[in-house]
Structures are given as C-alpha cells and as structure tokens.
Design a protein around this ligand. Structure first.
Ligand code: APR
Length: 180
C-alpha cells in the first residue's frame, strides 16, 4: 500500500538496511547516540557518523540540537548515503507543543533532504519508542506533516516509513490522515 501517488511507502523492517539517499535518525539533543534507532544507526554505521555529530555539536549546536530541528551527516557503513538526525518531542514533556514539534521533526528532515537534492528518504516512527508518543496520535501528526511538505515539493520522490513491527505499521495504517 502506498500514498500520495506512490511517493509514500509504509513498510516493516530495520531502517539501517534501507538503501536510500537518507535515513532519518530518531536522535536525542546530545547527538551522541543512544538506544533504539539511534543505537542501531550508530552501531551499524560506524564511528564516522559520531565523529560528524561531534563536529556539529562543536561548531553549530554547543547546547545540543533543539527538539524538532534536523542536521545531516555521512551514513558511514550503512547502505544509505546520508543520515538526517532529528530530535522528536518527549510526550507530555513539551508543554502541550508535542504535535507541533513532531510535525517539525518530519518537516525539517524533509526540507533538509530537499536542500541536499536527495530524492529518497526513510523515516522511523519518531518519538513513538522511548519518547512515549502514542502511535495513533503520531500517525495522524506525521502523515499530515509529510503530506503538507510533499504537496509543495518536487525534489523528494520517495518517502519510506519503516516500522519495526507489523503491529506498529497496522496502527499507522489505521490512523494516518493521507487522502489517497
Ligand atoms: N529500525 C526501524 N525502527 C526501529 C528500529 C530499527 N532498527 N529500532 C527501533 N525502532 C522503532 C521503535 O520500535 C519505535 O517504534 O523506532 C521507533 C522509535 O523508537 P526510539 O528509537 O526509541 O526513538 P524515540 O521514541 O524517538 O526516542 C528517542 O531514544 O534511543 C534513544 O537516543 C535516543 O534519546 C533518544 C530516544
């Protein structure tokens, strides 16, 4: 099943295996790694990713990457070409701005991909793991943000939504807000 004339492709898998122009990392503001997607990407991608993250912290974000913002690095040993690191909101900890910040994480990641002329991007389900965002609500927010961006952009031709389980994908398929 796809959406937006085949530009959005949900699927089940390990995002570190996606051979796309950029995989999106569900990072934290330190950009220094963690568990979940973050841990998997750094483990499979190797140290060059962390080296570039450290340089970004040193030169651009000494206080850490703000929630909703995105930066781009090498993908190291991954089949992808780049990693776009974004920080999703921690559910219940953002003073009611959770939906706005989750949408920003998707939108800013896509904008960064387009700015680098990248045509294929793979997203994990940002914030729905350690950050506790309910999958149903996240599906509605993420699908609206992706649709809004793609309706105004021609560069990004393929957005894969990579779920870690069939159950997670089914929750998305029942709660997305894509038109077609
Ligand atoms: N491929 C695809 N999806 C994955 C993978 C993987 N290899 N590993 C985990 N997931 C899924 C989780 O099951 C969840 O549905 O990605 C979703 C996001 O979960 P997290 O990785 O926990 O990300 P998030 O909820 O945004 O929390 C970010 O966790 O790992 C730390 O450093 C990270 O502090 C940050 C926080």
């Amino acid at each position: 099943m796809t959406f937006l004339d085949g530009r959005v492709l949900p699927g089940v898998g390990d995002i570190t295996r996606e051979a796309v122009d950029a995989v999106v990392n569900a990072a934290n503001s330190t950009l220094l790694g963690g568990g979940g997607v973050d841990g998997a990407i750094h483990y499979a991608g190797g140290p060059s990713i962390l080296e570039e993250c450290r340089e970004i912290r040193r030169t651009r974000y000494p206080g850490g990457l703000p929630t909703g913002e995105a930066v781009i690095t090498t993908a190291g040993l991954l089949p992808a070409r780049h990693v776009i690191h974004t920080v999703g909101p921690i559910y219940g900890r953002e003073g009611g701005r959770e939906a706005e910040l989750l949408a920003a994480a998707y939108r800013n990641s896509l904008a960064l991909a387009a700015a680098h002329a990248l045509e294929s991007v793979a997203f994990p389900s940002i914030s729905t793991g350690a950050y506790g965002y309910p999958r149903e609500e996240a599906a509605a927010v993420a699908s609206r943000a992706i649709a809004e961006f793609l309706n105004g952009d021609e560069t990004v031709r393929e957005v894969r939504l990579v779920f870690f389980s069939k159950g997670d994908m089914n929750v998305f398929l029942r709660n997305h807000q894509f038109d077609s």
